[in-house]
Ligand binder design. Structure first.
Ligand SMILES: Nc1ncnc2c1ncn2[C@@H]1O[C@H](COP(=O)(O)OP(=O)(O)OP(=O)(O)O)[C@@H](O)[C@H]1O
Length: 212
């Protein structure tokens, strides 16, 4: 019996007839922070999308709590939070409206909780502003405010630091480390060197994965 929350089993990914990785065995358990690194095009986003059930593997499987992701498509949003490399919000909706429907994917949130989450990412006063009028960094913050609501334990984040200023980067790093220290899990990609990491931090370099 394994204590892994997420496991990849003999995972392979081929895109456009190019093999990106194969035989990949990765396991993520409570408190883990795993950074997927590697050069552009090495398959970092592809791996995160496989782990989130947004793509199907060429071969192999992804298990969450020991069950294939294929068999739990309807429950995935209760088991993991996915944040892609775009801000992931709708420009015509306000910050509050965006967070309301994003929170509904997971455990839902009250108006007060949403306002608190927006305040936590420095957006107090911007709750009812249509998001297309916000700056790139502010739009990114709206998406990241999800991490201050009642969210699943596993966060899968593709380039979460993009467009953030220095203070926001530091704050997010600390928040991610705290989440792991509290028993949560983070799998992320970033080209930015992370300064604040939990003791469980590990790196998987896809540039070093041997291909047959
Ligand atoms: N939608 C797609 N259709 C076909 N091939 C794709 C698609 N998206 C990416 N690829 C290919 O898959 C490979 C890996 O892409 P991926 O985005 O996973 O890399 P990455 O390591 O995240 O890169 P980066 O550091 O530039 O973000 C690339 O060679 C890319 O051309």
């Amino acid at each position: 019996m394994t204590d892994a929350y997420l496991e990849t089993v003999d995972l392979a990914c081929e895109r456009d007839w190019r093999l990106l990785f194969e035989h990949l065995q990765v396991s993520v358990k409570p408190k883990d922070m795993l950074q997927i690194s590697g050069p552009n095009g090495s398959g970092k986003t592809s791996l995160l999308r496989l782990m989130s059930g947004l793509m199907r593997p060429t071969t192999g499987d992804v298990l969450i709590k020991g069950i294939s992701i294929e068999q739990q498509r309807n429950e995935l949003a209760h088991n993991l939070l996915w944040l892609g490399h775009a801000a992931g919000i709708k420009g015509l909706l306000t910050a509050e409206e965006n967070l309301t429907w994003l929170a509904a994917l997971h455990n839902g949130a009250s108006r007060e909780q949403i306002w608190q989450a927006l305040a936590a990412v420095g957006l107090a006063g911007f709750e009812d502003v249509p998001c297309h009028t916000l700056s790139a960094g502010q739009q990114r913050r709206v998406g990241l405010a999800r991490l201050y609501l009642d969210a699943p334990a596993l966060w899968i984040l593709d380039e979460p630091f993009t467009a953030l200023d220095k203070d926001a980067v530091t704050q997010l790093e600390k928040h991610l480390a705290e989440h792991c220290n509290n028993g949560g899990m983070v799998v992320l990609t970033t080209h930015h060197p992370i300064q604040n990491v939990p003791s469980t931090f590990r790196e998987l370099d896809l540039g070093q994965v041997a291909l047959s």
